[in-house]
Design a protein around this ligand. Structure first.
Ligand SMILES: Cc1cc2nc3c(=O)[nH]c(=O)nc-3n(C[C@H](O)[C@H](O)[C@H](O)COP(=O)(O)O)c2cc1C
Length: 280
């Protein structure tokens, strides 16, 4: 269980510099147990999880490179998915829950969708045709000194900022902001989405509230090169956002139900419907 989801969501940050201190076997086991218990996403896709300990004999011949982005750990988590509807969203959903679970244990992580050696990681999980690893996650204790590359990444992506609330969340249509009434009822849950990590910090999630249903949309970043990366990272971002919303609703015991029935609302350019969450 993750306790005090707001505190955990607010404290999580991408960590790129680790301490070289290995995670103790008992703590690792806790994370592995959480993985196994949380391997199915909102839309029924199963993530086949791996913990890759790069310093173990099993992986000694594989160079798990990250182009120098990550230092101080050689342990990674990842998961395989197959090609099916909402597979990337479910991958993001399951892995972000795992990342928040780690944050709760004061363990650092960082989503890596681009800056890792794809073929080495594919080898390490014996990836077969039709299987995909959309991202990998380094895992370890925080290092004390931030390196230049670390600071550069944060500055380049603007990692410490998020878009204003009214640019992300709407009432009835994309042209109307939420009223004070809805804000006072729901801003906590929406704020948990706003704090989510996203690839290059693009924050592509948009949510429209219609009656008691939150409709989730993806506003694609123009020319964001998902083809090159072989996986649709902005769909992964959507799954991450949905996991924050789901965890916040569950903690506050708000009864709700997810579906993917497109309400047919008018959308803006480059914007696509993903899923809906009805509140009871
Ligand atoms: C799907 C996804 C892929 C990402 N890929 C990378 C990556 O390849 N390399 C990297 O250094 N950071 C990567 N990030 C981290 C983001 O840059 C970071 O989450 C964002 O800037 C917000 O910063 P924060 O996580 O510290 O809140 C990725 C994040 C997500 C969600």
């Amino acid at each position: 269980m993750i306790q005090d989801i707001e505190k955990v969501i607010r404290s999580r940050k991408s960590i790129r510099t680790y301490s070289n201190i290995p995670i103790e076997p008992a703590v690792k086991q806790q994370v592995l147990d959480f993985m196994q218990a949380n391997s199915v996403g909102l839309f029924g896709n199963k993530v086949d999880f791996y913990w890759i300990d790069g310093s173990s004999d099993k992986y000694k011949d594989i160079k798990l490179g990250t182009y120098g982005v990550i230092s101080g750990t050689n342990s990674f988590m990842t998961g395989k998915i197959t090609d099916s509807d909402k597979n990337f969203e479910d991958f993001g959903f399951c892995l972000e829950k795992l990342i928040l679970y780690c944050a709760n244990l004061n363990i650092g992580t960082c989503w890596l969708g681009g800056t890792y050696n794809k073929s080495a990681f594919a080898d390490s999980v014996e990836l077969k045709d039709g299987e995909i690893i959309p991202a990998v996650i380094p895992i370890g204790y925080f290092g004390t000194k931030k390196r230049t590359i670390d600071k550069m990444f944060r500055r380049f992506a603007g990692s410490d900022n998020r878009k204003p609330f009214d640019e992300l969340f709407f009432l009835q249509s994309f042209s109307e902001p939420l009223s004070e009434k809805e804000k006072s009822a729901y801003s906590f849950f929406l704020e948990m989405i706003r704090l989510a990590p996203s690839a290059s910090n693009k924050q592509p999630w948009r949510v429209i509230l219609v009656d008691n249903v939150f409709h989730f949309y993806l506003k694609r970043t123009p020319n964001y090169n998902s083809k090159l990366l072989q996986s649709d990272l902005q769909l992964v971002d959507m799954g991450i956002a949905m996991s924050h919303f789901e965890l916040a609703l569950s903690e506050k015991k708000v009864e709700h139900k997810w579906s993917s029935q497109n309400p047919g609302l008018e959308t803006e350019e480059l914007t696509e419907y993903i899923a809906s969450c009805k509140i009871f």
